[in-house]
Design a protein around this ligand. Structure first.
Ligand SMILES: *[C@@H]1O[C@H](CO)[C@@H](O)[C@H](O)[C@H]1NC(C)=O
Length: 296
């Protein structure tokens, strides 16, 4: 399917040299949707796994949608990601992306086993694969436009996805992650946006930099060593774009003067106020800038 779509895309390329969109449409395209918004349960390797999915309100089966996973933190739950935290902050739903996407993306918040993403024996990667397949056949997905974002343990699992599923995902954003879910493979390029607090005492920023640097290398970018980071106490953030990366494989790094938090905000907003965070807008802008699918 993907190959056929890519070929169709290439034929279109001769006609539209400027804005070339090579959509790899999933098998659910052109059919009545079999998935509605809500909590789903699927069996993966004999284990029941759950996820929450949000289908765009004006869903059209002939449009290849972005598919965006939001992975929860340790001890967290899928409904917290879907609802915008315990307080239900509208603008922090799916790490601040749902509102910004304005019904152009399908959002998924999977539930980790025991509140985490140990990914034992690759079990959570198999869960991701199973969700991709399930959603591809039930809805119209642009298979070249899958993304993952997560905080802490969810960032670690997002990193594991970047390492092992770079061909299935277009880009990831790792917020305050560590290498807690493994890095199977880890040699393929994928667009990468790392976000980390200079005062993170749980998973320190040095670890975040070295995770970033794996993709700086894989993507062929110039070294980001020494990229400017804000001073402790500055209550601000600095986002740097790597230079020299292979076309279609950018790397971004946002360092902020905060601790182990997901919704960093600049002064004078209080930390962890999803309504005021720059994280969602910058992560969404990064994903959305990769509108053109990169054939892999
Ligand atoms: C959301 O999308 C609709 C339909 O495409 C459009 O009319 C509206 O202006 C958009 N809203 C925002 C805030 O971009």
């Amino acid at each position: 399917m993907r190959l056929v779509s890519s070929l169709l895309g290439l034929m279109t390329l001769t006609l539209t040299l400027t804005d070339v969109a090579i959509a790899a449409l999933s098998s659910g395209c052109g059919k009545a949707p079999t998935i509605t918004s809500g909590v789903k349960t699927i069996t993966v390797d004999g284990t029941q796994r759950q996820f929450t999915i949000r289908v765009p309100q004006n869903y059209q089966n002939n449009k290849g949608y972005k598919l965006i996973y939001g992975l929860h933190w340790v001890g967290g739950r899928m409904d917290q990601v879907a609802n915008g935290g315990d307080t239900g902050s509208k603008n922090w739903k799916y790490y601040g992306m749902q509102v910004l996407a304005n019904e152009t993306a399908i959002f998924v918040a999977p539930q980790g086993l025991n509140g985490g993403w140990a990914n034992s024996g690759g079990s959570d990667l198999k869960f991701i694969d199973a969700m991709n397949n399930y959603i591809d056949s039930g809805l119209c997905v642009d298979q070249g436009q899958r993304f993952s974002i997560g905080f802490s343990y969810g960032g670690s699992m997002t990193y594991a996805i970047a390492c092992a599923r770079a061909k299935q995902f277009r880009a990831v954003s790792v917020i305050a992650g560590g290498v807690l879910s493994g890095c199977d493979g880890g040699n393929d390029p994928i667009a990468y946006f790392g976000i980390h607090g200079v005062r993170d005492g749980t998973l320190n920023i040095a670890g975040g930099r070295s995770m970033r640097d794996r993709f700086v290398k894989n993507n062929g970018c110039a070294s980001m060593t020494g990229a400017k980071e804000p001073a402790s106490g500055s209550r601000t953030h600095i986002t740097t774009t790597a230079t020299g990366c292979k076309t279609g494989y950018p790397v971004k790094w946002a360092a902020h003067d905060g601790g182990h938090i997901q919704a960093a905000a600049d002064k004078p907003a209080p930390e962890e106020n999803g309504e005021a965070s720059w994280v969602g807008p910058e992560a969404w802008a990064f994903f959305n800038s990769l509108e053109v699918s990169t054939p892999k």
